[in-house]
Structure formats: structure tokens, C-alpha cells
Design a protein around this ligand. Structure first.
Ligand code: 6PG
Length: 462
């Protein structure tokens, strides 16, 4: 048997699709899946459905490793967390210097940094690789964000760039992000932005649904999707709104409890821990958490006897609010990428990240295309005069939207969050002077003065 050029561990949904993508691109592939009673059929079924002379399957890790060309290139597609360390622990004694291990799951970037060090001690090269696009993306072309040992990326770039989605110029939506855990970090923030984008659409749907049918909302979203608001998430929402089960809309039958796998909360923790006000992704996480308190919500609903307004919410102000909030969400998300990149000296190229996110990933959109060129010249959306002008122009629409939705008693946490953040950012004097005075009063924490030089601290015996 000739040796395979690439190896993949873990034939779950994403692993299977990526393996098929690799094979379609004519790279010889060895796959491994564990032989537990629950997964006994996984490997055989994959081999049956994808029979090819360039595909070899194994349930023995040793045979799998031996089937690979040196330096071995192994993509891990196992659940994030302990399973990754578990597989690495089993692989390590079988690997040799210069072999390359790529983690393609949604791992925490700080775990990736530790693994990078651990494998580096044995001269094994490690890449933490963000992969976005869900099952379909993995199969047809995902957006790929590899970070870690740059020499290792050069060895595997042929495969990764071949299987990735392509941008509008035909270039792969895959690019080396930087050293350490930068690849997984960037993917985590992608998900933070994704959480807020999803919640924004959900809030628009919620406001519109007071007086409009699912079909009418789908028509509105379809119209938006023909403008600068166009995005993959809006596109799938139109399909979701129209999906019927018999004579009922499937969406109306789905329980309103939003689940999560943790990356949204990680992105929020990263921003909180680093002094970054990415309020929208954080509120989007909280919105999911509030949704899970369904039983309590139902009890309170009955006690409060809540009635939503009978007044229709003008779809034009909903559109203004959505357009406004999306710009703010991207401003927050990319600022967080920049901040953590600077802290870690990763030198992440924001324009290149936006380009990698123009296709294959969940947050691909018309706006992302625009950001590719914008970030060639600036590093913060608020540094663009054009963006500030656009936000200012939309401001009244958002304010009307929020006024109406508050009166209508609809919860709009993330659109509100966008507007509050904007108000805070465009205010030259906030009441933080009072916070400083209170801190100094009870804890002698000191304060700076406007009539003294910056960096000089005062304490008052209040
Ligand atoms: C992607 C997605 C994906 C994510 C799922 C579920 O880019 O393909 O972000 O990686 O894991 O969408 O995430 P939640 O369960 O947290 O919503």
C-alpha cells in the first residue's frame, strides 16, 4: 500500500465532510475513527460510501500513523477540550520530529498555546486551525484560519488551500493567521460576531412578527438581502421562515430555548478579561441564556400579564436598526481581534481575516467584502469617516425603533446594546467621574483630574 499524503482523525459530521472534500481534491487520505461500540459502524460506513484507491481507513492509531508519508500531516476533528488532549496523548509516542498535528476543532486558543508548547518540546509542529462553514462548508469549501508554527503551515497549505472556499477573485479563503493560538482565537471571535448577527436577525424577526406572517417577513428579508445587508445568515433565515411541515411553519413549532457550545461565551470572556467593550456578542450570549429560562419566563408572563403593542412597527426603522447594529457588531468584533493580536504580538492582518471570511464561513456577507478594502487603510471601523457618517445617518431610525419596541414591550437586547455602545462612544464626558469619586470615597482608590496632567493620581478625604 502506498503511503497517504494526509491523515484525518475523527469521522463526526465535520470530519466526514472534510475527508470527502480532501478526497474530491485528489489528495491521498488515511482516516482513523475509534472502534467503540457506539461508533463501530462509523469507519466501515464511511469507507463503503467513499470507496477509492486513495482512501485508507483504520481503527488502529499505530497503523494509521504508519500509513502516512513523512513528515506526517494529521488533522484532528474531535470535540474540543479533553478529547483533543486525549488523542494527542495517544499520538505522541507514535510520532516523529517534524510531524505536523492540526487541530481543526473549536478549541480555546489558550489550550492551543499549551499544546503548541507540549508538542514543540518533542519537535512536533502544531497548528490550531479555525474552520467555519458547518457541514456544507466543510464539504464544499470552508473558511480556514490556521495559526501556530508557520513552517508547518507551509507544509500543509497545499491541502488546506485546495479544500477551502474561494473568494471573489478565486483565492483560497484560508490564510496563515499568526503564531500561537491565533487561528483558534480568530475563529472564536468569528463565533462571537456570529452570535450577535444571529441575535440581530432574531430581534428583527421578533419585532416584525407582531404584525406580519412568516411569509411577509421572508419577503422583507429577501428585499434586504438584495442590498448591502446581504449575508449568508439572512439567506438561510429566509429559507427557515418559509419551511413548512404539513400546513404549519416549522419555525413556529420550534421551542424558544437557544443552545450553545461555548465559543460565544469564550469570546465574551476574552473581551471582559481584556477591557474590551464588545457588548453585542456578550448580550447575544445572555439573550441565549435568558431564552433557556423558559419555565420561569412563562410563569412571569402570566403574573405580569404582559401585552405587546397593537401598533405595527414600521419595517423601514427595523431595517435602519439592523443596518446600524451590524456595523457596530463588526466594529466591536474586529477591534477585539486587533487588541488581542497586539497583546500577543500576532500581527493579525484584519483585511486578510475579512477576506478569509468573505466565503465559506457563517458570517460571510456583502459587508465583509467591504471590510476587506476598508481594513487595508485603517484598523478600526470608527476611524472611517464614511462609516461614522453612515452610522450617524441611521441613528434616528435606531432610536425610533428602540422607542417603539420598548413601548411594544419587545425584548431587543442586542440592538439596544449596539445603540448604547454608540451613545457611550460618541459622548465626550460620561458620568465616570462620579464612579471615580465613589471609588475614592469608600476605598481611597484615587482619581485623575481634568485640571492636572494625565497619570497623576489624587485622593480626597471625603
Ligand atoms: C461555524 C460555526 C460553528 C459553531 C456552531 C455551533 O463557523 O461553522 O460557528 O463552528 O460551532 O455554529 O455553535 P453554537 O452551538 O455555540 O451556537
Amino acid at each position: 500500500m502506498s503511503k497517504s499524503s494526509f491523515g484525518l482523525i475523527g469521522l463526526g459530521v465535520m470530519g466526514r465532510s472534510l475527508a470527502q472534500n480532501i478526497l474530491r481534491n485528489k489528495f491521498s487520505l488515511s482516516v482513523y475513527n475509534r472502534d467503540t461500540p457506539e461508533e463501530a459502524h462509523v469507519l466501515t460506513s464511511f469507507l463503503e460510501h467513499n470507496a477509492s484507491e486513495i482512501l485508507h481507513g483504520f481503527t488502529s492509531l499505530k497503523e494509521f500513523v504508519e500509513s502516512l508519508d513523512s513528515p506526517r500531516k494529521i488533522l484532528l476533528m474531535v470535540s474540543a477540550g479533553a478529547p483533543v488532549d486525549d488523542v494527542i496523548g495517544k499520538l505522541l509516542p507514535l510520532l516523529e520530529e517534524k510531524d505536523i498535528v492540526i487541530d481543526g476543532g473549536n478549541s480555546h486558543y489558550q489550550d492551543t498555546e499549551k499544546r503548541n508548547e507540549r508538542l514543540g518540546e518533542k519537535q512536533i509542529q502544531y497548528l490550531g486551525c479555525g474552520i467555519s462553514g458547518g457541514e456544507e462548508g466543510a464539504l464544499k469549501g470552508p473558511s480556514i484560519m490556521p495559526g501556530g508554527v508557520e513552517e508547518a503551515y507551509k507544509e500543509v497549505s497545499g491541502v488546506l488551500e485546495a479544500i477551502a472556499a474561494k473568494d471573489k477573485d478565486g483565492k483560497a479563503c484560508c490564510s496563515y493567521v499568526g503564531s500561537g493560538g491565533s487561528g483558534n482565537f480568530v475563529k472564536t471571535i468569528h463565533n462571537g460576531i456570529e452570535y450577535a448577527e444571529m441575535q440581530l436577525i432574531a430581534e428583527c424577526y421578533h419585532s416584525l412578527s407582531l404584525h406580519k406572517s412568516n411569509e411577509e417577513i421572508a419577503e422583507i428579508f429577501e428585499r434586504w438581502n438584495r442590498t448591502d445587508l446581504s449575508s449568508y445568515l439572512l439567506e438561510i433565515t429566509i429559507e427557515i421562515l418559509r419551511k413548512k411541515e404539513g400546513d404549519k411553519y416549522l419555525l413556529d413549532l420550534i421551542l424558544d430555548k437557544a443552545a450553545n457550545k461555548g465559543t460565544g461565551s469564550w469570546s465574551s470572556q476574552i473581551s471582559l478579561g481584556n477591557g474590551m467593550p464588545t457588548t453585542m456578542m456578550t448580550d447575544a450570549v445572555f439573550a441565549r441564556y435568558i431564552s433557556t429560562l423558559k419555565e420561569k419566563r412563562v410563569v412571569l408572563f402570566k403574573i405580569v400579564n404582559r401585552k405587546t403593542s397593537s401598533k405595527d412597527i414600521d419595517e423601514v426603522i427595523v431595517e435602519d436598526a439592523y443596518r446600524f447594529a451590524r456595523l457596530v457588531n463588526h466594529q466591536q468584533g474586529f477591534s477585539l481581534v486587533k487588541k488581542i493580536s497586539d497583546t500577543n504580538e500576532w500581527h493579525v492582518d484584519l483585511s486578510e481575516i475579512a477576506r478569509v471570511w468573505t466565503n465559506g464561513c457563517i458570517i460571510r456577507s456583502q459587508l465583509m467584502e467591504e471590510l476587506v478594502s476598508l481594513f487595508r487603510d485603517i484598523e478600526n471601523i470608527f476611524d472611517s469617516k464614511d462609516m461614522i457618517a453612515r452610522l450617524s445617518k441611521l441613528e434616528n431610525g435606531v432610536a425610533s425603533y428602540l422607542e417603539t419596541s420598548v413601548r411594544a414591550k419587545i425584548s431587543t437586547p442586542v440592538i439596544s446594546s449596539a445603540y448604547q455602545y454608540w451613545l457611550g462612544m460618541i459622548t465626550d464626558r460620561l458620568p465616570a467621574n462620579l464612579i471615580q469619586a465613589q471609588r475614592d470615597f469608600f476605598g481611597a482608590h484615587t482619581y485623575e483630574r481634568i485640571d492636572s496632567e494625565s497619570g497623576k493620581f489624587f485622593h480626597t478625604n471625603w
